[in-house]
Design a protein around this ligand. Structure first.
Ligand SMILES: [Zn+2]
Length: 588
């Protein structure tokens, strides 16, 4: 993360009082020395979200989110640390000092391309609204877009001309090279010095990223050009595999999910009908990067692709990609219309909401798709079909749910439930053996200091975590005691990677800046979730006194836990089995 100067950050904190900022998101009530409200990060009926004006920090006793004003903005607006700092600075008109490393040539060019895109978007939009834009406007109206949608999505028109954009951009001070770098023009193959408008006679859809930058364009032809849609070429700011259309609006929606559709028109139709959670890929199949982008904003995706064969294929692929990043996936099948746009036109928004409510989960969708492929009157096909069914069902964790689906398949195929269940258990047993092997590997690595649990709340490792949490809590609450603490405790005394890292980083930072308040340093040093855990140390681990004896006692407890762990590290296979059982018992 780029570092901002201490002076700048303290100025920012002075101007962005945490109570004022949080009040824009949460209805706060004064309660003795702090403010209390309903937590914006989890669902609750009684307030457990506290804001402390003296310490300039927040903490939720329900979901353990916590931190300073920057962490709060990172979590609320889904922004990275530098973005949150910029966001807060903008809100109070504070200038963010330039970082020479960032302000390199590349970032200059980036800015210039974004600026050109903005200028071009305005040009296309104004053209659409002028006489010259009639063909575009007619098309848009025919597709049922409201005037509000045209403005909201900044839709425009590129006239049927070789140089109208080129001329306009020249008049605004941009050179041929500028235009080439932004991908707004094509270069003549025969005469390389000659450039001409890339988008001609097309309805223009500006593509806007989640930071509200116009990063490129999609253009829909109004002629019978074989390329129905044409996108900006990839460049410094436009990567089509890493962005989603309308994510700038959809990232903060009330549905608590994102609706993934195929095209720009589907997105706009859905937003227009009140479903502002809709996004689309940019003319290509869904990529893992796009799945991760969605994951930043939600845990739930509803796929709503076209109902034709291509749409079904795309749905299957998208399910896999989304599942791989642990997203909860549902599928809406649009019947009685080719795509969501047509469906809404034919049946209205209410009916579409019913479709969303009735969306099948990914299991049902997969089973449905498998059933579709096979002819059940042919024995060999039936057998193959059942094998595929069972493979899908074996992935379900709940026994009851598995039974429901097994019943259904028994009914559908005429096979006995007993046979199907026996076969299913076979598959599950084989899978379990595989999984056990992986699990054992994981625990081994945990024991040998690999990835250990980070939370003081994790049930296993509780004694260890408590001892480590006490140390961190001491530092956070009493930073002036750091020298005394460091004399007694070394990073090697820690068992979990997370706490060891926190300890090391905090010691280092407090040495650099002895008068610094550790709880205000956290947002620049750790991820928001980690900051929440550390706030928990301050708020929940709590009341330790800080005389020398107490520090020594904490150090001793930590060393004792470490000793126990070391004793079990050189573990034999027999002991390992016992260790696994102990872990299981402790987990209950
Ligand atoms: Zn909460």
């Amino acid at each position: 993360m780029p570092q901002f100067g201490e002076e700048f950050l303290s100025e920012l904190r002075n101007r962005c009082d945490i109570v004022t900022v949080v009040s824009r998101y949460v209805n706060l009530k004064k309660s003795s020395s702090s403010f209390v409200g309903l937590c914006p990060f989890h669902n609750e009926k009684t307030p457990s979200f506290h804001v402390n004006p003296a310490k300039q920090m927040f903490y939720c006793f329900g979901c353990h989110a916590g931190g300073d004003v920057i962490t709060f903005i990172m979590k609320s607006e889904n922004l990275t640390y530098p973005e949150a700092v910029q966001f807060l600075a903008d809100s109070v008109g504070l200038h963010v000092p330039k970082n020479t490393a960032i302000d390199s040539e590349i970032s200059f060019l980036r800015k210039r391309i974004l600026e050109m895109n903005r200028v071009a978007a305005r040009y296309f939009h104004n053209t659409l609204m002028s006489d010259e834009g009639k063909p575009g406007l007619e098309y848009i109206k025919k597709r049922g877009l409201s005037p509000q949608s045209i403005v909201r999505f900044g839709i425009g028109y590129a006239p049927e001309s070789w140089d109208s954009l080129v001329k306009y951009m020249h008049s605004q001070g941009y050179s041929d090279n500028d235009l080439k770098s932004a991908g707004l023009v094509s270069v003549s193959e025969s005469k390389e010095t000659r450039i001409f408008d890339k988008f001609r006679n097309r309805v223009m859809f500006p593509i806007i990223d989640y930071r509200n930058n116009i990063i490129g364009f999609g253009g829909r032809t109004l002629a019978d050009d074989p390329a129905k849609y044409l996108n900006s070429p990839e460049n410094l700011v436009f990567r089509k595999g890493e962005n989603l259309y309308a994510i700038n609006y959809a990232r903060t929606n009330k549905l608590g999910a994102l609706i993934l559709v195929e095209g720009y028109m589907d997105v706009i139709a859905l937003h227009q009908a009140g479903f502002n959670a809709a996004v689309a890929t940019l003319g290509t199949a869904l990529t893992p990067n796009q799945a991760r982008l969605m994951k930043r904003f939600t845990d739930k995706i509803i796929i709503c692709y076209d109902s034709d064969a291509a749409g079904k294929n795309a749905t299957r692929r998208a399910i896999e990609i989304l599942k791989n990043v642990d997203l909860d996936v549902k599928v809406v099948t649009v019947t009685g219309g080719k795509d969501p746009d047509e469906f809404i036109k034919a049946y209205g928004a209410e009916k579409f909401r019913e479709l969303l409510d009735g969306s099948s989960n990914d299991i049902e969708y997969k089973l449905g798709e498998i059933g579709f492929k096979y002819n059940m009157d042919i024995d060999s096909e039936k057998a193959a079909c059942v094998r595929e069914y069972l493979a899908v069902i074996s992935g379900i964790k709940s026994r009851v749910e598995r039974e429901v689906y097994t019943d259904r398949i028994a009914r559908e195929t005429g096979l006995t439930k007993e046979n199907l269940t026996a076969e299913l258990e076979n598959i599950i047993r084989k899978k379990a053996i595989e999984e056990k092997k992986t699990e054992e590997k994981k625990i081994y690595s945990e024991l040998s200091g690999g990835k250990a649990g980070t939370g003081f709340r994790t049930k296993k490792n509780i004694a260890v975590s408590r001892a480590e949490g006490d140390v961190i809590s001491l530092i956070l609450n009493f930073p002036q005691k750091i020298e005394q603490i460091e004399k007694l405790i070394s990073p090697d005394d820690f068992i979990t990677d997370f706490n060891r890292r926190v300890y090391t980083v905090l010691c280092e930072k407090l040495k650099e800046n002895p008068s610094g308040e550790p709880h205000l340093m956290l947002s620049s040093l750790f991820e928001p979730d980690e900051v929440g855990i550390l706030m928990g140390y301050i708020m929940e681990v709590g009341a330790l006194s800080v005389d020398g004896d107490e520090i020594a006692a904490v150090a001793e407890r930590l060393k004792a836990e470490k000793k126990k762990k070391d004793a079990s590290a050189g573990i034999s296979d027999a002991n390992f089995q016992k260790y696994l059982e102990d872990l299981k018992k402790k987990g209950k």
